[in-house]
Design a protein around this ligand. Sequence first.
Ligand code: SAM
Length: 290
Amino acid sequence: MHIADYRVTKAILDRHGFSFKKSLGQNFLTDTNILQKIVDTAEIDRNVNVIEIGPGIGALTEFIAENAAEVMAFEIDDRLIPILADTLRDFDNVTVINEDVLKADLQTHIRNFKNPDLPIKVVANLPYYITTPILMHLIESKIPFTEFVVMMQKEVADRISAEPNTKAYGSLSIAVQYYMTAQVAFIVPKTVFVPAPNVDSAILKMTRRDAPMVEVSDEDFFFKVAKLAFLHRRKTLWNNLQSAFGKTEEVREQLTQALEVVDISPQIRGEALSIPEFAKLSEALLPLKK
Ligand code: SAM
């Protein structure tokens, strides 16, 4: 029997008198087939260290611990710490850290892996209310995670993995795909969670590229330009850029020139531009950086 077997989960929750906190995105998985699929997708073995975010009562942690070298799991909810000590007591390769992952000093924590030289993957059923901040925090931490295999709202997974010229494509697709390849591995119905969330979920697999997808001289400005282009999705690239940089004659001239140099029509919408095109555009717009 596993923690995620519905009856076991129910017994654990009853035994500890646990009540879910919606505000912490607590939807626990109760399907062992899905958990096995997550671990298979992440290709975890004894040569991989894993960071988990939000272990809950340990449903996914158990499957990771059975396969990985070590698991370090960050859980914000104090009430779950004694429960995890109980449910994961048989594992000597799990460390639970009672911290908000957004505030945790990850660089220092990962030095505590018994073998800190092993590749580190992130495997998690993320709290949906802060999926994007957590992902960006992990990516920007500059820790060389080799892979993220994470559950999130299907709609967010679609946005992250979207291609240009689709409705889902936007600055989030660019922010992640700049560093990682991103693919939806499989869809998870809401019925396998307690309590059931309102939306379906997806497992997104993101693998770090050897180098960012494109070379840019100013990363912050590149991401800024990508954000600006999608500020008002229905507006043309020209209108969005002009609203952002100012409607003066000087800006108009600089914009016209920059778009001509990179051969991008001012009348297209941001969603038509690929990441390499955004890179070219941001280089050409650098003189407008304040
Ligand atoms: N991994 C468990 C599972 O699959 O059944 C629980 C997943 S549940 C969707 C998300 C978990 O993240 C909850 O246990 C919640 O308390 C925790 N959590 C929420 N915000 C967090 C944060 N900022 N840092 C760490 N854990 C957090």
